[in-house]
Design a protein around this ligand. Structure first.
Ligand SMILES: Cc1ncc(C[n+]2csc(CCOP(=O)(O)OP(=O)(O)O)c2C)c(N)n1
Ligand SMILES: [Mg+2]
Length: 785
């Protein structure tokens, strides 16, 4: 594939001026038709018409058996009675999905191996089914290579020496069960090296992007993965499994709105209108945890009706019999075809049932009858397919018994092997928290031909630039360099963002790479996580840092955690730009400096530049690192001008800067507090003859403690300053580290400067009293002598 070209000159699918006139003509409309439980042909007909081979029909049964066997094992382990592992102490969650197996198998076998899924806390079935479906379509050499990789991981014990193709496939299937169980058991051989466990398990190599223990948490991630497929012109589809309870969650409803946005398919899509290729697959087992969803906590009988609220055509919503593997397969085959044709998204609601409680500690009898359970067990998906296989003459009793014994024995062998697996080393507790990886070299297919690009957005090409223009220059530079970099947020396209930082990017790069979003902060970040996991490098804007709290789950539990929870397999290269509005009289909800909150989230980088040169260089580095970055900007600094190197300028993350040299005292600061510190240092020099050294941390995570300690050891006195309130501030972390690591060098207690421990007020006099000033730093340093 050749490098990509960015057209110079007039906008490609650029800015448009809305000219929508009032149209208040009376009208009536219906909300579309909701299809439910469409009849599905019997198995004989599937086989007769070649829609399913006899072998494939038996594979469906084998897949169902594999899930049931694995979950029966969990039930028995929990009660201490799994014969192959007597006395094994199984710890961790027990959200078994027995009863729901047809949803996982029907859907995953209707997908292609390169299609992707996300899953939930009740996701053993999804994990087994996606892996089995993909493995069954691998060639002999692919199976062999897969087994060899697994053997290397397991220290040489995989069954890779199997001879005939049949046994090779069986060995790979068993290996999948083994790696899945090893993850449940917290073993190094598990798919996530024991860091994720059952609620986060995923075999990323077969298209499983991870299960999620945050109810609804994976839905925007799947949506972002579908955006990546659309952007890359791939015809892969993402199937997002989540429960009925999840469909009350804000981020899920945001995702439905996100996926159905008009701009994917209308005139704004330019030459390529293409709906997001995502199947929202509701595994409706009719319960949240113990509450009844449809009869208690929602106002519609069928969740699929929600589709009507988001798309004119009811979002291709449909109800499916989730107890019938053929019905699910039929619906997902049709849904995938819709998505591949660019007509997505699709909303499928599968009506199903979990036989056990929410987890095995839930005896179910407090909220449902045994009669209800018996009625669902009477339409058990395994029994149903078994009956159909016999009826269609695909297999007789003895052939099915062979399959059943094989599934049981496969699981037993895998479980025994997994139980004997390696526990992770305690010393490796912090492994996979961050990655050293970065996009220093852009793959050829993603390189952009810069020679043809319009450079207008990068400003006057260096020299004096404002902090604002330096940020734009960094984004533009990285977009020119790497086609995987896309840029989105509220109002960032035509208008250029609330603060005009992205003005001009739409004209240069087109709407596929620069677009406005709904006011959905959780979805802005969540889709970026999914797009990043799927291979893009999104740079997203949160208008004010205060709004990051709207996206806090997606930042803290998703962006920050997936590299670790996947055992280092997944990478989440994304930048969340968030700007601090303090100093404008905007009051308590638009003025917070919340960087400290996010330093408490392991897995996230937190970067806060103090001047234009660093704004450009640190942002370029943030876009290139494979870690997720919260990039904090100060609105007060946007107009600040300063020298900015022309062209490529990358400032490494985790390297602090000596912004002013001095020998009498150290001021550690970041963001706008650096300018305060420099001003304070100048005054200390002229007014008191004190030479203060100013250390600009640049990034709080990663933290360059060496530079701080080196300075403190030289000066013996230190003040740490930021614009955040002091309670719970990162200032305190720096103080604690200096005290622990350079106590002997200190000639005085360490001073702290921050905002008042309150809420940012509107009144100007109050806001002045609230925010810290250079005076405060001068006073704090003076107090050390
Ligand atoms: C955001 C969030 N809230 C609450 C929980 C606790 N919780 C775990 S599963 C669950 C019920 C989810 O119901 P549903 O989405 O229907 O999935 P099911 O358990 O029925 O498979 C709850 C409340 C959670 N994990 N995440
Ligand atoms: Mg449920």
């Amino acid at each position: 594939m050749t490098a990509r070209t960015v057209a110079a000159g007039p906008p490609r699918s650029g800015a448009y001026l809305s000219d929508s006139r009032p149209d208040l003509t009376p009208f009536e409309t219906s909300l579309g038709t909701l299809r439910g439980f469409a009849p599905v042909e019997p198995l004989e007909a599937w086989i007769a018409t070649g829609r399913l081979t006899e072998a494939a029909a038996l594979e469906l049964y084998d897949d169902l058996l594999a899930i049931r066997e694995l979950e029966e094992m969990i039930v028995r382990l929990r009660s201490g009675g799994y014969p192959p592992l007597p006395g094994y102490d199984y710890r961790g969650p027990t959200h078994v999905s027995m009863g729901q197996e047809a949803t996982a198998v029907g859907a995953c076998t209707a997908l292609r191996p390169d299609d992707q899924i996300t899953s939930s806390h009740r996701g053993h079935g999804d994990a087994i089914a996606k892996g089995f479906a993909a493995i069954r379509r691998m060639s002999g050499s692919q199976l062999r290579a897969r087994l060899e990789r697994s053997t290397a991981r397991a220290g040489g014990s995989a069954a890779s020496d199997a001879g005939s193709p049949g046994t090779l496939l069986e060995a790979a299937l068993e290996e999948h069960v083994y790696r899945t169980i090893a993850e449940l058991f917290g073993k190094e051989e598990g798919y996530c090296r024991g860091r994720g466990g059952g609620m986060h398990v995923g075999d990323f190599s077969t298209g499983h992007l991870g299960a999620n223990a945050i109810v609804g948490g994976s839905v925007p991630i799947a949506t972002g993965a579908a955006m990546a497929a659309r952007y890359e012109r791939s015809d892969r589809v993402v199937c997002c499994f989540a429960g009925d309870g999840a469909y009350a969650n804000g981020v899920v409803l945001e995702s439905l709105n996100w996926a159905t946005q008009a701009q994917w398919t209308n005139h704004l899509a330019g030459e390529r209108p293409f709906g997001l290729p995502i199947i929202f697959f509701i595994q409706n087992n009719h319960y949240g945890m113990t509450h009844r969803t449809d009869d208690e906590v929602m106002g519609v009988r069928h969740l699929a009706r929600r589709g009507a609220g988001f798309a004119e055509e009811n979002m291709h919503a449909e109800l499916v019999n989730g107890m019938d593997v053929l019905a699910v397969r039929d619906a997902v085959e049709r849904a995938a075809a819709i998505c591949r044709a660019g007509e997505g998204p699709v909303l499928l609601e599968a009506s199903t049932y979990r036989y056990y409680g929410h987890s095995l500690s839930d005896p179910r009898n407090e909220y449902r009858t045994r009669e209800e359970e018996a009625a669902w067990r009477a339409i058990d998906p395994l029994a149903r397919l078994r009956g159909q296989l016999l009826e269609a003459g695909v297999a007789d009793e003895s052939a099915l018994a062979v399959l059943e014994t094989r599934a049981r024995e496969r699981n037993e062998r895998a479980a025994v092997r997994a139980a004997a697996g390696r526990d992770p080393e305690p010393a490796a507790i912090l492994d996979y928290l961050y990655t050293d990886g970065s996009s220093d070299v852009v793959p050829a297919k993603d390189r952009v031909v810069t020679a043809e690009a319009g450079h207008s957005v990068t400003g006057p090409g260096g020299g004096e630039l404002s902090y604002r223009d330096a940020i734009r220059a960094a984004i533009a530079g990285e977009m020119l360099r790497d086609h995987r970099v896309i840029c989105y947020g509220e109002d960032i396209a035509d208008y250029g963002g609330a603060f005009k930082l992205t003005k001009g990017l739409l004209d240069t790069f087109g709407r596929e790479r620069v677009f406005n979003t709904p006011i959905s902060e959780a979805c802005i970040v969540g889709t970026a996580v999914g797009a990043a996991i799927a291979g893009l490098r999104p740079v997203v804007e949160l208008m004010y840092m205060d709004f990051a709290l709207m996206a806090s789950d997606q930042i803290a539990n998703q962006a920050g955690k997936w590299h670790y929870m996947s055992g280092g397999v997944l990478q989440v290269p994304l930048v969340i730009r968030a700007s601090v509005g303090a100093g404008k009289g905007y009051g308590g909800q638009h003025s917070q400096s919340l960087e400290s909150v996010f330093t408490h989230i392991p897995g996230m980088y937190v970067v806060y530049p103090a001047d234009p040169a660093d704004a450009k260089g640190l942002l370029a580095a943030s876009i290139r690192t494979n870690n997720p970055v919260l990039f904090v900007e100060s609105q007060a600094l946007y107009p600040m001008k300063g020298p900015v190197p022309e062209g490529e300028h990358v400032v490494p993350l985790g390297v602090a800067r000596v912004a002013r040299s001095g020998s009498d005292a150290t001021i550690v600061a970041w963001g706008p507090a650096v300018a305060d510190a420099i001003e304070a240092a100048e005054r200390l020099h002229t007014e008191r003859g004190v030479e203060a050294e100013v250390i600009d941390l640049r990034s709080l995570v990663p933290l360059d403690m060496e530079t701080v300690l080196g300075s403190v050891r030289k000066t013996g006195r230190c003040v740490v300053a930021s614009h955040a309130i002091l309670v719970g501030s990162y200032v305190n972390e720096i103080v604690a580290r200096i005290q622990a690591e350079a106590f002997d060098a200190l000639d005085a207690p360490i001073g702290r400067v921050g905002a008042a421990n309150g809420i940012s007020p509107q009144a100007e006099v109050l806001e002045r009293a609230f925010l810290p000033h250079p005076d405060d730093i001068v006073r704090a340093i003076a107090a050390l002598f």
